[in-house]
Design a protein around this ligand. Structure first.
Ligand SMILES: Cc1cc2nc3c(=O)[nH]c(=O)nc-3n(C[C@H](O)[C@H](O)[C@H](O)COP(=O)(O)OP(=O)(O)OC[C@H]3O[C@@H](n4cnc5c(N)ncnc54)[C@H](O)[C@@H]3O)c2cc1C
Length: 282
């Protein structure tokens, strides 16, 4: 079992990972090799102390260098579900399960609002993970909505197993496969009673399906971790960055405005120290 699991490789997650590593804690760190798309896309950052007028790509590179120098390893997996087991947290990432004594959510802010009925039908014909659930739909009709080019391999996998695959992406995905039909309009709504059985596009077109895969880079925290206290789009935390689940902390954009690197770094640091205290108590 790990001492700490960190979900998110942006400035908040990095800041916490550095501090926990300095204290020789065993950590598992989920995210992307890029670390933070948001930092990478910032044109000029003028308000981060010690690095005057830096462009985002350069600052992100410095973050990566620092992580490497400190020997931090990250797991390029997307966390899709978390459960509190009382004395530890169970974390499902792609198809693998991890256990940790403490947990930090530093997932950034999920830009996309969920579709109508998405929460209700999750696990009932709606999935966030092609690797985990794809085999359930072998030979069946699947719709996939994907807004992250890095998940193209998941689209290819679904192509291989689906009888018919409806695909909407926000990037230029192309396929010659006979079973694939590209959708030019995004999904508006998911429908079904005990199971998702159709999708509705923004022009009102309905398509019958057996299953739907929603592949977004970030998943709303309340969906990721059932029972987590949320205020609007943000995770509610106390002065130690602790959430309503003891031992589970949150830092960065996911806890609220201002959405700033300095705030993310500061909160990641506060959370890491509070996690160390929790670990010492155990
Ligand atoms: C265009 C632009 C310009 C900006 N300019 C500035 C500026 O000048 N100054 C400034 O201070 N701030 C600026 N910001 C804001 C700044 O980038 C953010 O405040 C900061 O990146 C937040 O850090 P974070 O660690 O909270 O989250 P993020 O940087 O968003 O990182 C979150 C990480 O979590 C990962 N993640 C999310 N969900 C999961 C999951 N389920 N499983 C695994 N990994 C997951 C993501 O892939 C990502 O790596 C700008 C942002 C943008 C978009």
């Amino acid at each position: 079992m790990y001492d700490a699991a960190i979900v998110g490789t942006g400035p908040a997650g990095l800041s916490a990972a550095l501090t926990l590593k300095l204290h020789n804690k065993e950590i598992v760190w989920f995210g992307s090799e890029e670390l933070s798309d948001k930092v990478g896309k910032s044109e000029k950052i003028a308000n981060y102390p010690g690095v005057p007028m830096v462009d985002g790509a350069e600052l992100n590179m410095k973050f990566r260098e620092q992580a490497k120098e400190m020997g931090l390893e990250l797991t390029e997996k997307r966390v899709t579900n978390i459960a509190d087991m009382g004395d530890r947290f169970m974390i499902l990432a792609d198809n693998d399960m991890y256990e940790a004594k403490t947990l930090l959510l530093s997932t950034g802010i999920a830009a996309a609002k969920g579709f109508e009925n998405e929460d209700r039908l999750l696990g009932m014909g709606v999935s966030y993970c092609a690797t985990c659930d794809g085999f359930l739909y072998k030979g069946k009709t699947i719709a996939v909505y994907c807004t992250d080019e890095r998940m193209e391999h998941d689209l290819r996998y679904l192509e291989e197993i689906a009888g018919k695959l409806y695909v909407y992406t926000s990037f230029g995905y192309r396929s010659d496969a006979e079973n694939v039909e590209m959708l030019s309009l995004p999904v508006k709504k998911l429908d079904g009673g005990m199971k998702c059985d159709s999708i509705e596009l923004t022009d009102g077109t309905k398509i019958d399906v057996d299953g739907v895969f929603i592949l977004r880079p970030a998943i709303a925290p309340a969906t990721l971790f059932t029972g987590l206290e949320i205020d609007g789009a943000h995770i509610v935390v106390d002065r130690n960055q602790e959430t309503n689940y003891k031992g589970c902390f949150a830092a960065g954009d996911c806890t609220g405005r201002p959405y700033q690197i300095a705030k993310a770094v500061g909160e990641g640091n506060v959370a890491a120290h509070a996690m160390l205290e929790r670990l010492a108590e155990a």
